[in-house]
Design a binder for this molecule. Structure first.
Ligand code: 13P
Length: 254
């Protein structure tokens, strides 16, 4: 059985105090309401990772970074390496987010190096893929996602691939309030699972966690998560509101 996972991507939001308050608020609500068998991963800004990790250990959630550099170490002023993140008890890292592709010029070749370094330092990559609106309008979305997954992930060994979490995040749905319909999400998730099956076999494909991201909120999460190939969500805006985030992580049908 695949894990059910809800991850919060806080992006470049919160001060230290706001982050600490939000983490305790989420922890308190989770302790109050429970979280079933959902695996919860919170990805705050990198300066707050250690503080978040300390709270996570006490409250049964994992903490992930939002990025790492594609080099092992060296003269890259201001950058954060996979070795650094991996050495401080952090378990996951978001890689290939569309904001990094768009604003920081990340290609799948760069992301592939990041995936390799993350795995080397025992971080679970949450690999993001997804098409922009123009690509969907031209019915190119399957091809775009196929190429992204192929280039960034499909040279991994079966053993390494089995550690990856995939997040399908259609770019037109990120931060726009326009969510993919459950049918659109299911269609793409099933397509991605099919690609994995072709490359690594049915057993690996059946175990691969594929999250949906893009304007997923407390109101639409239950319907999205009820789709057979949607294993949870990567949540942006709604992960900054404790009430909404805890509602989302409890949105799986029992
Ligand atoms: P929103 O939930 O704010 O649309 O962001 C999704 C996202 O980018 C998660 O990584």
């Amino acid at each position: 059985m695949r894990s059910k996972i809800v991850a919060g991507n806080w992006k470049m939001n919160t001060t230290f105090q706001e982050a600490e308050d939000l983490l305790y608020e989420i922890a308190d609500l989770m302790n109050e309401r429970g979280k079933g068998d959902t695996t919860v991963i919170i990805c705050p800004p990198s300066p707050f990772l250690e503080m978040a990790s300390d709270i996570g250990v006490e409250n049964d959630f994992f903490v992930g970074a939002q990025n790492v550099n594609d080099h092992e170490s060296g003269a890259y002023t201001g950058e954060v390496s996979a070795a650094m993140i991996g050495s401080m008890g952090i378990t996951h890292v978001i890689l290939g987010h569309s904001e990094r592709r768009t604003y920081f010029g990340e290609t799948d070749t760069i992301i592939k190096s990041k995936v390799a370094l993350a795995l080397k330092h025992e971080l679970v990559p949450i690999y993001c893929c997804g098409e922009v609106l123009a690509e969907r309008e031209k019915s190119n979305h399957f091809e775009v996602v196929r190429n992204q997954v192929n280039e960034a992930l499909f040279s991994l060994t079966k053993e390494d691939f089995s550690k990856i979490i995939i997040a399908y995040e259609p770019v037109w749905a990120i931060g726009t309030g326009v969510t993919a319909t459950p049918a659109q999400a299911q269609e793409m998730h099933a397509f991605i699972r099919g690609l994995v099956a072709d490359k690594y076999g049915e057993t690996v494909a059946a175990e691969t966690v594929i999250l949906y991201g893009g304007s997923c909120n407390a109101k639409n999460a239950a319907e999205l998560f009820s789709q057979p190939d949607v294993d949870g969500g990567l949540i942006g805006g709604a992960s900054l509101k404790a009430e909404d985030f805890v509602t989302i992580l409890n949105s799986f049908k029992k």
